[in-house]
Design a protein around this ligand. Structure first.
Ligand code: AMP
Ligand code: TRP
Length: 333
């Protein structure tokens, strides 16, 4: 039996190094393993939980597909589609919202962060967003969900929803209870300006992140301006642990070099940050620029991107429409 892999990325623009190292790089290696059946979804329904300009959203959907392909996901091997095309996602989300409990959702920290101080003004969609995410995953009998660390709590909620549905309707194993796939290291890339905040699309300062579409000189400039401390690079992990900015930059280097923090520390120990930053910029340009060039090239080939989405839609809809029929049956419709 092949392992079923499902993950989603929001088409909200500014895909950055955190998305790449925390999630997309992992998607590529899963795609390359013939033991896996992979589905990568552009979650446009999730994107509208905060307000979006329709023309920009349309462009960002293409950009997300282009980023998947440019990073190395093969659309012949993996299903790539956009969520809103497959109506089973919205339908299943409603049914599962009658299974999930208010108390469970009230614990979601991402909602609290995203809604900020004025929760009364947040959309209802932003609140119930993890239920839609559970629908995405459960419709495809997913075994593994590769995500960054920030999605761990949503995955736990998805597991709770699956188990409650199976128990309530006495349909053992109807929904497969999925496992998160979170990389042990580098699953949380931090802002270049503040090592205590995660790198994010929504952070106002562009200097806080490396976008996957940044030009070489932008990368060099952002790394030059990235926050560090005045000490040289230490010789042990323990010394690095209470220096969040230093740890983050060395983590980024290690992840790009496919090496460990330990071996990077050995390489750079005793050097100062200006020297290290040159090597970091170099490896970033080496790994990110080809992706960036390919994204830009693909964005001029809209018909190719649309064809990928169309093929993906047919394959995904074929799976999801069967599952939603069974859900209707179980619920008593
Ligand atoms: P999003 O852009 O929020 O849809 O996130 C897409 C994927 O990137 C998810 O799997 C996130 O967990 C992951 N991700 C987003 N930001 C970061 C970050 N700063 N570090 C690691 N992974 C991240
Ligand atoms: N909520 C995820 C994020 O913001 C995106 C997402 C939606 C997702 N549906 C999913 C991730 C299903 C994994 C599986 O990053």
């Amino acid at each position: 039996m092949k392992k079923k892999i499902f993950s989603g990325v929001q088409p909200t623009g500014n895909l950055h190094l955190g998305n790449y190292l925390g999630a997309i790089k992992n998607f590529v290696s899963l795609n390359n393993d013939d033991e896996n059946e992979c589905i990568f979804c552009v979650v446009d329904l999730h994107a509208i939980t905060v307000s979006q300009d329709p023309a920009i959203l349309r462009e960002n959907i293409h950009e997300t597909v282009a980023t998947f392909i440019a990073s190395g996901i093969d659309p012949k091997k993996s299903i790539i589609f956009n969520q809103s095309r497959v109506s089973a996602h919205s339908e299943a989300a409603w049914i599962l919202s009658c299974i999930a409990r208010m108390g469970w959702l009230n614990r979601m920290t991402q909602f609290k962060e995203k809604a900020g101080k004025d929760k009364e003004k947040a959309s209802v969609g932003l609140y119930s967003y993890p239920i839609l995410m559970a629908a995405d995953i459960l419709l495809y009998d997913t075994t593994y969900v590769p995500v960054g660390n920030d999605q761990k709590q949503h995955l736990e909620l998805c597991r709770d929803i699956a188990q409650k549905f199976n128990n309530d309707f006495k349909v053992e194993n109807f929904f497969k209870v999925p496992e998160p796939l979170i990389q042990k290291e580098f699953s949380r890339i931090m802002s270049l300006k503040d090592g205590s905040k995660k790198m994010s699309k929504s952070e106002s300062s562009d200097l806080s992140r490396i976008n996957l579409t940044d030009e070489k000189d932008q990368i060099i400039n952002k790394i030059k301006k990235a926050k560090t401390d005045s000490l040289p690079i230490p010789s042990s992990l323990i010394e690095l642990n209470n220096r969040p900015e230093a740890r983050n930059l060395i983590g980024i280097y290690s992840s790009l070099a496919n090496s460990t923090l330990e071996s990077s520390i050995q390489n750079f120990s005793g050097k100062n940050f200006s020297e290290f930053k040159k090597d970091l910029s170099e490896i970033l340009i080496d790994k990110i620029s080809p992706i960036s060039d390919e994204i830009k090239r693909l964005l001029n080939e809209k018909s190719y991107l649309n064809k990928i989405l169309e093929d993906g839609y047919k394959k995904a809809d074929n799976i999801a429409s069967k599952k939603i029929k069974k859900i209707h049956d179980i619920v008593g419709f």
